[in-house]
Design a protein around this ligand. Structure first.
Ligand code: SF4
Length: 358
C-alpha cells in the first residue's frame, strides 16, 4: 500500500498542531515522566476505559508510590485494590514485574525499549508507551485508537488483527511518528481516537485530519477499521452456594489456569446448564444433604461477559449450623467481618454486598 508524502506529512503536522492547540483531554498520567507510573497506568488501561481505570490508578499510586513499594505489597492487598477491574493476570504479572525490578534491577526501570519489552506482562504497545512517554524514545504506540484513526484516514481495509494488518499498521505508525516529539505525537493520536475519531459517530466536523481523510470523503467511517476474527464465546454456568455457619462463611482461592485465578469464591458447582434447586441438590458435587432435609435458598443470578466467556452465575445460600468439613482443597471458614481482606470476582462482590456481608 502506498500513500503520498503529502498525505503522510499532513497527518503528522495536523495531529501535533491539534494536540498543542485543541486537545483538552485531561488525565492524571498525562505528561507523567515516571516510568513506574506510566507502566502502572498502561497496565490498568489494557482492556479498560480511561474513566473506569482512573480511580484504580489513583488508589494504586497512593498505596504504592514507587515500584519498590509495589514489590513489597502483599498479594492479597494488591488483588483487593484491583478488584472490579477484571483480567486478574494483569495484576499478577504487575506484581511479578515490580518484584523483578526491585530485586534484580535495584528498583530502576529499564530505559531501553529492548529491555522494557522483556518484562513480564509488557507487549509492544506498553513498551512503546513507556519508552516514548518516560524517555522520549522514537517508538510509535499502536492500540485500538491508533488502528481506527490510521485505518480511516488512510482508507486501509486490511483487517487490523491479521498478521498482514499488524505489520502494515505498525510500519505506518512508525513512519508517521514525529521523531522529535514522540511522546506528544503518541499522546495526540491516542487522544484523537478516544475523543474525536470515536468508534461510533466520529466527530469529523471537528477533526483536524478531515481535509485528507479517505473514510470521511468516501463515507467509510461505519466500515473502517475492519476486524477479521470473530471471537467465539464460551458460555459457562456457575452455581455458587454460600455456606454459612453463624458469623462465618466458607470461601476458597480459585485454582490456577482458569479465569479469576487467585481470587476467592464461595462453594462452586459448575454445570453444562442452569441447575434449579431440585437438580442442584442431586448434583454429585452437592454434599450438604442433612437429616432435616434443609435445602439451599435460591438468591438470584448475574451474568458477566468476559472477552471469550459468558458467565451466568446463580447464587444459593445454605445455613449449615457449624463449620463442617467441605470436600474441596484450599477452602476456609472466614469471619464475615474479615471478608474485606479478600479479593473476589465482580459478580461475587455484588452478591455479597446485596446480602450485606460487607
Ligand atoms: S475525519 Fe472523521 S473519520 Fe477521518 S480521522 Fe477525522 S474523525 Fe476520523
Amino acid at each position: 500500500m502506498e500513500w503520498s508524502k503529502g498525505q503522510k506529512s499532513f497527518f503528522t503536522k495536523a495531529l501535533i498542531h491539534w494536540h498543542e492547540t485543541s486537545n483538552e483531554r485531561s488525565l492524571p498520567w498525562k505528561e507523567e515522566k515516571d516510568p513506574y507510573k506510566i507502566w502502572l497506568s498502561e497496565i490498568i488501561l489494557q482492556q479498560t476505559r480511561a474513566q473506569q481505570g482512573l480511580p484504580y490508578y489513583l488508589r494504586f499510586t497512593e498505596a504504592y508510590p514507587t515500584v519498590k513499594d509495589m514489590a513489597a505489597a502483599k498479594d492479597e492487598a494488591a488483588f483487593r485494590l484491583w478488584q472490579g477491574l477484571g483480567y486478574y493476570n494483569r495484576c499478577k504479572n504487575m506484581l511479578a514485574t515490580a518484584r523483578y525490578i526491585a530485586s534484580e534491577l535495584n528498583g530502576k526501570f529499564p530505559d531501553r525499549y529492548e529491555e522494557i519489552i522483556k518484562l513480564k506482562g509488557i507487549g509492544p504497545y506498553t513498551a512503546a508507551a513507556i519508552a516514548s512517554f518516560a524517555y522520549g524514545l522514537p517508538h510509535a504506540v499502536v492500540d485500538g485508537n491508533v488502528y481506527r484513526v490510521l485505518s480511516r484516514y488512510f482508507g486501509i481495509d486490511t483487517p487490523f488483527d491479521s498478521t498482514e494488518g499488524k505489520k502494515v499498521f505498525q510500519q505506518l505508525a512508525q513512519e508517521l511518528l514525529h521523531k522529535d516529539d514522540s511522546a506528544g505525537y503518541n499522546q495526540a493520536i491516542m487522544d484523537l481516537g478516544a475523543t474525536v475519531c470515536t468508534p461510533q459517530q466520529p466527530l469529523c466536523a471537528e477533526c483536524p485530519l478531515q481535509k485528507n481523510c479517505i473514510a470521511y470523503k468516501q463515507q467509510l467511517t461505519g466500515i473502517l477499521p475492519v476486524r477479521s476474527k470473530k471471537t467465539s464465546v464460551r458460555k459457562r454456568y456457575f452455581h455458587y452456594l454460600l455456606l454459612r455457619a453463624n458469623d462465618k462463611i466458607w470461601i476458597r482461592k480459585r485454582p490456577a489456569k482458569d479465569i479469576w485465578e487467585n481470587l476467592h469464591e464461595p462453594y462452586l458447582i459448575e454445570a453444562d446448564e442452569v441447575l434449579k434447586t431440585d437438580k442442584l441438590i442431586k448434583n454429585k458435587a452437592y454434599t450438604f444433604n442433612n437429616k432435616k432435609g434443609q435445602e439451599p435458598e435460591y438468591e438470584g443470578f448475574l451474568t458477566q461477559r468476559l472477552t471469550h466467556q459468558l458467565i451466568e452465575t446463580h447464587f444459593f445460600s445454605l445455613q449449615v449450623g457449624e463449620t463442617i468439613k467441605v470436600p474441596v482443597d484450599g477452602g476456609n471458614w472466614v469471619a464475615i467481618n474479615e471478608l474485606k481482606n479478600y479479593a473476589f470476582p465482580k459478580t461475587v462482590v455484588s452478591f455479597l454486598e446485596k446480602k450485606l456481608y460487607f
